[in-house]
Ligand binder design. Structure first.
Ligand code: ADP
Length: 634
């Protein structure tokens, strides 16, 4: 077969472009990424060899070899792992997991990334980081299960395309050959390679070896020294999670985190413990400090890497972690699970349930301690992951109160950028207050001057400001310490019970007027009623209790989704002079067309106040101008 040419997908082109021109400061991590891929490939081969005797290798034979060639200017990383076939190499080294997601391409091109090259680490660049140090990469690979020597050769200059051709390959596994850029030749030096491996890949379970030249005493000629090449292991291989906590430095913990997460930043917290008793396992888990850009994508992979007695079983074991803790990365090594454990077994396994419960408890406890003892750090965490954690209130019924304790909110009683907890809210509740009030909106700025808050501000009630899309879904059904959470833009609000007599009077007074307004707006609102939440504004629109949250509704509409026509309620303020004027007009002449015009104006204003579009802006302006002209005459 001759050479075939393939175009990279757009996002890979962008990523490669970014790699080639990368100003990223720790380019040596390319070696960590390639060693990590090689190690994964060996794990896979070893796992497959449990059931496929064709792969049977001597346990001691697994290895990763680094070969610098100064003459050729190449650095080769070889493994005897699982290898790739033609289809795999096309999809694995030609696309990226997030392929097709437009956001990803945009993110790559964004100024943010250009200005801050460290961000590229978030993309799980892996193999492509080779192009930070080399201008031509060759991959020669042969599947582990393949008996004959047929292999495949992949080559690219990162210029937008790659080539494939069949070839012979002596051993099983993969060679990645980097032709180093002129100014990156330092990676051919023995001491450089040695120190990078020690720094980033010491805990890799398989030996990372290199041929080194050593001076030895000649056996033939006494007193004479000769040079001899021999393979030397560069890493200590000890699985970091099995070491004693006291023997591991923060630096080592952090490096291991970067190895498994592809994150370039240090984690916010490390959780390392051994469980004994009903289930025996070791967990090394991390709470990251930066939110991965794809955490809200469908493709985002959840769960720690599962090992059984040091053998890697699967990379993302989603059975071990609930979705709302999906930001947690790490490793679980179990002593009880069978080695040939499958997805089906995992799904109904008691041991797995025990491990998951333990991990969730540990994670939530850790977050709780962080919130208490290191509030600033916790706040940073919360800004990154609060939106994810919050899902737990909805999905983890048994722990919703515990998760509720971890939530933070903006509030009318907190400065901009300060947060309040539910505990603080409840402690400061007013006498007789039964509910925790909240308002939803796109941002604090958007809602802070909202008419919905008027009475609450006037009567000094705290209102939490919820700005995440999922807030209403999550919070709408939540009860914290027996106090329901209540949206102030839905349903009836009655803060001042002592005024109920007065309200009854007003209702009597405006009964007819309200009916007329309703007739005029029959196509637009479900109901017109007097408001208990307004002070200065004349009117506002509210949703019925149990209806979809207006903020969510707007968001869905903006995304082009069909939203069922909600029938809103128009609330009017009985103490507002405009309403009194309307009543006067009505008393004098029940048929006066001004009532109709004013009703519409009220409704249009209410629409504007809630941030919605007017149905007929032309008519609105006309009515308004007419009023202004009349006012000017007076
Ligand atoms: P990641 O390792 O995060 O999946 P990479 O871009 O580094 O991303 O690699 C993409 C895929 O290519 C890997 O998931 C793996 O399937 C395959 N791959 C890379 N290197 C090797 C290797 N040495 N042996 C076998 N497969 C490999």
């Amino acid at each position: 077969m001759s050479k075939e040419n393939f175009e990279f997908k757009t996002e890979v082109k962008e990523l490669l472009n970014l790699m080639i021109h990368s100003l990223y400061s720790h380019r040596e991590i390319f070696l960590r990424e390639l060693i990590s891929n090689a190690s994964d490939a060996i794990d896979k081969a070893r796992y497959e060899s449990l059931t496929n005797t064709d792969i049977l290798e001597n346990e001691s034979d697994w290895k990763i070899k680094i070969t610098p060639d100064k003459e050729a200017g190449t650095l080769t990383i070889s493994d005897n792992g699982i290898g790739m076939d033609r289809e795999q190499i096309i999809s694995d080294l030609g696309t990226i997991a997030y392929s097709g997601t437009k956001d990803f391409v945009n993110l790559l091109k964004s100024k943010e990334v250009k200005d801050n090259p460290e961000l590229i680490g978030q993309f799980g660049v892996g193999f492509y980081s080779s192009f930070m140090v080399s201008d031509h990469v060759t991959v020669i690979t042969r599947k582990a299960a393949q008996g004959d020597k047929k292999g495949i050769k992949w080559e690219s200059d990162a210029d937008g395309s790659f080539t494939l051709e069949e070839c012979e390959k002596e051993g099983k596994g993969t060679d990645v050959i980097l032709k180093l850029k002129e100014d990156e030749k330092k990676y051919l030096e023995e001491w450089e390679i040695r120190s990078i491996v020690k720094k980033y890949s010491d805990y890799i379970e398989h030996p990372v070896v290199m041929e080194v030249e050593r001076e030895k005493d000649s056996k033939i000629e006494e007193g004479k020294k000769i040079k001899e090449k021999e393979e030397e292991e560069l890493n200590s291989k000890k699985a970091i999670w099995l070491k004693n906590k006291s023997d591991i430095t923060d630096g080592e913990y952090n490096e291991f985190y970067k190895h498994i997460s592809h994150d370039f930043s240090d984690p916010a917290k490390t959780i390392h413990y051994k469980a004994e008793g009903t289930s025996e396992f070791t967990a090394l888990l991390y709470i990251p400090s930066k939110r991965p850009f794809d955490i809200f994508y469908k493709e985002y992979k959840i769960g720690p890497t599962l090992y059984v007695k040091r053998v890697q079983i699967m990379e993302h074991c989603e059975e071990l972690l609930p979705v709302y803790l999906r930001f947690i990365r790490g490793v679980i090594d179990s002593s009880d699970l069978p080695l040939n454990v499958s997805r089906e077994i995992l799904q109904n396994n008691k041991q797995v349930e025990v491990i998951k419960n333990s991990v969730v408890k540990k994670a939530l406890d850790t977050l709780g301690e962080m919130k208490k003892g290191e509030y600033d750090k916790y706040l940073e965490f919360y800004k990154e992951f609060g939106r994810v954690l919050k899902e737990g209130v909805h999905f983890d019924f048994t722990r919703r109160e515990t998760i509720g304790e971890l939530l933070l909110f903006q509030s009318t009683k907190a400065e901009n950028d300060q947060y309040r907890s539910l505990e603080q809210y409840v402690d400061d509740m007013k006498e007789g207050q039964e509910e925790i009030f909240y308002i939803t909106g796109a941002s604090r700025e958007e809602v802070i001057n909202s008419p919905y808050l008027e009475t609450f501000r006037d009567k000094d009630y705290e209102v939490l400001i919820l700005t995440d899309e999922i807030d209403d879904i999550v919070m709408g059904t939540f009860e914290y310490k027996g106090k329901k959470l209540k949206s102030i833009i839905k349903g009836d609000i009655d803060l001042d019970k002592s005024k109920s007599e007065e309200k009854k009077e007003s209702e009597k007074k405006y009964k007819k007027l309200i009916e007329v307004i309703k007739e005029n707006l029959i196509d637009d609102v479900k109901e017109v009623r007097l408001s208990g939440r307004l002070k200065d504004s004349a009117c506002c629109l509210v949703a019925a209790e149990g209806a979809m949250d207006p903020h969510l509704e707007k968001m869905l509409q903006s995304m082009g989704q069909e939203v069922p026509a909600s029938s809103k309620i128009l609330e009017i303020n009985p103490d507002h002079p405009v309403i009194e004027s309307m009543q006067d007009i009505y008393d004098k002449d029940k048929k006066n067309p001004l009532i109709g015009e004013y009703s519409r104006l009220l409704y249009d204003q209410a629409l504007l106040l809630e941030g919605s579009k007017l149905k007929d802006p032309g008519q609105f302006t006309k009515s308004l101008l007419k009023l202004m002209a009349a006012g000017a005459k007076v």
